[in-house]
Design a protein around this ligand. Structure first.
Ligand code: ADP
Length: 271
């Protein structure tokens, strides 16, 4: 089924590598009569860390969910590494994407959710190894080794055989980060990953993310209310309001010298 009926002519003609890693091209998203994104354009380069800020309801989470193909666009195109999420090439023509195409594009993307979303009936080890074994087809042994390395990185190696219910929220979220990275994604989507945590657990999760930002070249797209974190890790901040980007720039400018009234008001309310 087509997800988008206005694919721009020529937009698919670029060579991979010359394009940004992510390109939103006049993306429209509606829920019923509520138009959440209005012909949204923006790009993210490979290795870039971009943070989306703005009032609740401005469409930030929807952007991440569209990238994860958890939602479908109503217009425009989302490109990931030169592939459209909604269309694929067949005999030189662009046709609506099938499930297989979407799965392939999605393999490049990992997402961490506000509510962790770990499988409650599986150990930490299984949570991290299931998808690499079943989706990437790597051996259990290799997946196990990778799980151990990732748990080292998030400081939870000793919890490898625990179940999610035995972990604090902060620990569960660190496992969820390890699980996303186990798929070796090019892009990590972070959707308000500390919002559901008790305040004393927030710093541990943000420290893990700072470390990932410092030591890897993974492309990060985050939605967060943690402005200090956004300042530390982002190359660029996009300020949203009502489904549009009202201002964008490096964190020093957005937080230190915002130009738009809407950005000033928002930052005044949250800082
Ligand atoms: P933000 O992340 O900026 O808080 P969201 O992307 O979550 O904003 O939501 C943007 C708008 O889309 C809101 O008006 C919200 O109510 C609406 N919305 C999001 N998801 C759904 C859905 N599944 N069904 C209906 N409306 C939705």
């Amino acid at each position: 089924m087509p997800q988008s009926d206005n694919l721009p002519a020529g937009a698919a003609g670029h060579a991979p590598g010359e394009e940004p890693l992510i390109r939103f091209d006049k993306v429209v998203k509606r829920f019923g009569r509520n138009v959440v994104l209005r012909e949204l354009d923006f790009t993210v380069d490979a290795g870039e860390r971009v943070t989306l800020i703005g009032p609740s309801g401005s469409g930030k989470t929807t952007i991440l969910r569209l990238l994860m193909t958890l939602e479908r666009v109503n217009g425009g195109v989302i490109w990931v590494n030169g592939d459209s999420l909604s269309h694929m090439r067949r005999n030189g023509r662009l046709v609506p994407a099938n499930e297989k195409h979407q799965r392939e594009v999605r393999k490049k993307i990992g997402m961490v959710f506000q509510q962790f979303n770990l499988f409650p009936n599986m150990s930490v080890r299984r949570n991290i190894t299931e998808a690499p074994v079943h989706t990437l087809g790597i051996s259990r042994e290799e997946a196990d080794q990778r799980a151990e390395e990732l748990l080292d990185m998030v400081g939870l190696r000793q919890k490898i055989d625990a179940h999610p219910t035995q972990l604090s929220g902060g620990q569960q979220q660190r496992v969820a980060i390890a699980r996303a990275l186990a798929m070796r994604p090019q892009i990590l989507l972070l959707d308000e990953v500390t919002s559901a945590l008790d305040p004393e657990l927030v710093a541990g999760v943000l420290d893990v993310l700072r470390e990932i930002a410092r030591t890897t070249d993974i492309t990060m797209l985050s939605v967060t209310h943690e402005m200090a974190f956004a300042k530390d890790v982002s190359h660029r901040v996009l300020m949203f309001d009502q489904g549009r980007i009202v201002e964008e720039g490096p964190p020093e400018q957005i937080f230190g010298d915002p130009h738009e009234e809407r950005t000033k008001e928002f930052l005044h309310a949250v800082l």
